[in-house]
Design a protein. Structure first.
Length: 135
């Protein structure tokens, strides 16, 4: 997708944020209830080469650098039949719960504590006096 197409896709999401990595792909997310983070989309230019993990690592590092840490967790919704996405999120340490009634077909909610995600990605977290992460 072009950057213009991505931005048009995000118009229906209030407060959506985007990090676009030329030649890799992008990640879009929004802050949800309780100041947690919901990943809306991750898209890579070529699957199966670790680019998704690279995007997540870059994104989580950016979250720390700019003190936008969620209150506690990162969540993502997917259709149950999208097992490729399920495998990806499980490889990062997300825990899954199947939930009916969210979409017109079975869905899965994947959740991980932000600090656990950073640990799984080998991202060093430093704490300032205020409790916010700083680098």
């Amino acid at each position: 997708r072009t950057l213009k197409e991505i931005n048009e896709r995000l118009l229906k999401y209030k407060g959506a944020e985007l990090l676009y990595y030329e030649g890799i792909g992008y990640i879009a997310w929004q802050t949800t209830t309780g100041e947690n983070i919901e990943i809306l989309f991750i898209e890579v230019i070529k699957s199966g080469q670790g680019l998704g993990h690279s995007i997540i690592q870059k994104w989580a590092t950016e979250i720390c650098v700019f003190n936008k840490k969620p209150y506690n967790s990162v969540i993502v919704w997917r259709l149950k039949r999208n097992e490729w996405a399920g495998k990806f999120y499980r490889s990062l340490g997300f825990k899954e719960t199947e939930i009916d009634g969210v979409y017109t077909e079975p869905a899965v909610l994947s959740v991980i504590n932000f600090d656990t995600l950073c640990k799984n990605l080998s991202i060093s977290l430093n704490f300032g006096k205020s409790g916010y992460r700083t680098h």
